[in-house]
Design a protein around this ligand. Structure first.
Ligand SMILES: Cc1cc2nc3c(=O)[nH]c(=O)nc-3n(C[C@H](O)[C@H](O)[C@H](O)COP(=O)(O)OP(=O)(O)OC[C@H]3O[C@@H](n4cnc5c(N)ncnc54)[C@H](O)[C@@H]3O)c2cc1C
Length: 480
């Protein structure tokens, strides 16, 4: 049988360690590669602005990689089932191969595709986006884990297998097929002007992912436990957007890091633990599909939030008057990324100091993060809010000043992103409102003119948050 095989790229925009592509290549049949932009598939969570830019660049890169095999990347736009059916009609393909995705809308789409096509052609779904299939790791009772540590331990008992090399050969479908022009999709049209700052920082695509991994390894994974909380230092891998778009698989990263086990044991374990947090987030999303919208702990539905558009706007624009919060929000606007420690600080500030619902922050991140990921974003916001599975307790309120002093001790991170505070001394870089008038004058700072005074008094805001929590506290149940 030498009938063509249709290969459907989704969030697996790579050739290396792509189980589905390898299997397709091994059939020896002519392959048609396609990517379908199906904007109506997830109306609740359409691609965010930053993600659209990344997708455009990543597809450019994938197209070039496929050219090395003389393969065309056929771009189509519209309903996935209709577009796949059309391609099958045009080419006579008798199989459809693709990598599994796990967002609720992706799972529904896969079922729809399977239902529509399975009687005409062979439909095969492969794993590769996650280290473990959903529900591969369950409690002794066969239930999904709600607590991270036992989930993590269960994962460690099943180390991932070796990553696959890119196929040596792929037979190309011989005819040229009609394809959209990527630039006509206007994926980057909506990106605000700050997107112009992305290109020097980021290199979307498989080569860029590998470059980031190698740079992280060269820097020394052994330092990761110590440096991973320091936003002023390049201490983490910055692989998150690459992982999100499947330009590198978690298995490739896991194995590359694992090879360092003899020298950097602690760093390897600490880094791999973060990869398992990604798996845990998917475990939550798959088993509780309304996780992105609804608090996991239902008592939080009665939480007395304080909707405040003006405060929300100041938080979004990095104008709260708390330097570490403002630095993080501006790093996000300029680079499409924010350091994990600072994500926690800004999230805590929005939820607890401003009492604004976590869903508002989640939505802002969704639009502005290049790594915006439904599972990790919702799980992390709920974790900080205290309403998620195995979440930080609500009463643990981050003090933005102490967090800044501890994790950005010299104020370098603040100086980079809040340049109007650049000339402040180390003693006041995290507390400009406490700086003597003389120092402010010398630093060219006029509070409320060149930089805002704190939007709230943190001590008072903390008490207000704890009082709000009292309203629902008696209903709280620990996660089983
Ligand atoms: C409020 C909030 C929102 C977040 N939203 C997202 C999001 O939309 N997308 C996203 O990928 N991560 C999100 N995170 C998790 C984390 O901040 C990022 O994964 C991390 O900062 C990415 O940088 P890195 O690749 O250098 O991480 P590294 O420290 O190098 O970690 C390696 C990889 O492990 C995974 N990882 C690390 N920490 C976490 C975590 N806490 N939860 C899940 N996976 C993790 C990521 O895939 C990351 O690339 C969020 C965290 C918070 C507090």
């Amino acid at each position: 049988m030498n009938q063509p095989l249709l290969f459907w790229f989704r969030k697996d925009l790579r050739l290396t360690d792509n189980t589905a592509l390898k299997a397709a290549a091994q059939t020896g049949r002519p392959i048609i590669c396609t990517y379908i932009l199906d904007e109506d598939n997830d109306l609740a969570w359409p691609l965010g602005k930053a993600s659209r830019w990344w997708l455009q660049e990543s597809l450019k890169s994938l197209g070039l990689s496929l050219q090395q095999y003389e393969l065309q990347l056929v771009l189509r736009r519209g309903d996935s089932v209709e577009q796949l059916s059309q391609l099958i009609k045009e080419t006579g393909a008798s199989s459809l191969y693709f990598s599994a995705q796990y967002e609720p809308s992706s799972l529904t789409l896969e079922q729809k595709v399977n239902l529509a096509l399975k009687d005409q052609i062979e439909v095969k779904r492969f794993k590769g986006y996650l280290l473990y299939e959903p529900n591969e790791n369950t409690t002794a009772e066969g239930k999904p884990y709600k607590v991270f540590t036992p989930f993590y331990k269960a994962c460690l008992k099943k180390p991932p297998s070796t990553a696959l090399p890119a196929p040596e050969q792929i037979s190309a479908y011989p005819e040229y097929l009609a394809s959209d022009d990527l630039l006509d999709w206007d994926l980057a049209l909506d990106t605000p002007t700050w997107a112009q700052e992305y290109p020097p920082i980021w290199k979307p695509g498989e080569d860029g992912a590998d470059w980031s991994l190698q740079a992280f390894i060269r820097q020394g994974v052994g330092k990761y436990p110590e440096l991973r909380n320091r936003p002023d230092i390049f201490g983490t891998s910055r692989l998150s957007p690459h992982l999100h778009f499947g330009e590198i698989s978690p298995r490739q990263i896991w194995n590359a890091i694992n090879q360092l086990n003899n020298t950097d044991n602690e760093g390897v374990a600490s880094y791999q633990r973060e990869l398992i947090w990604r798996e845990f987030s998917y475990n939550l999303l798959i088993n509780w599909p309304d996780f992105p919208e609804q608090p996991f702990r239902s008592e939080f539905k009665a939480f007395p939030w304080h909707d405040d558009d003006s405060a929300l706007h100041r938080w979004q624009q990095g104008q709260t008057g708390y330097p570490i919060v403002d630095a993080g929000m501006r790093e996000l606007l300029h680079t499409g990324w924010m350091h994990n420690r600072v994500r926690m600080i800004v999230a805590s500030f929005l939820i607890k100091d401003l009492l604004i619902p976590w869903q508002q922050g989640e939505k802002w991140f969704w639009q502005h993060l290049l790594d915006a990921n439904l599972a990790s974003n919702s799980a992390s916001w709920q974790w900080v809010a205290g309403c998620g599975a195995d979440a930080a307790p609500y009463f643990r309120v981050f003090n933005p000043t102490l967090q800044g002093e501890k994790f950005d001790p010299n104020g370098d991170y603040v100086r980079q992103w809040v340049p109007e505070l650049d000339q402040l001394s180390k003693a006041h870089i995290h507390t400009p409102w406490e700086a003597p008038a003389e120092e402010l004058k010398l630093a060219g700072i006029n509070l409320n003119e060149t930089y805002p005074s704190p939007i709230v008094n943190h001590k008072e805001a903390r008490l207000r948050a704890l009082a709000a929590f009292e309203v629902i506290k008696h209903k709280s149940q620990p996660a089983a």
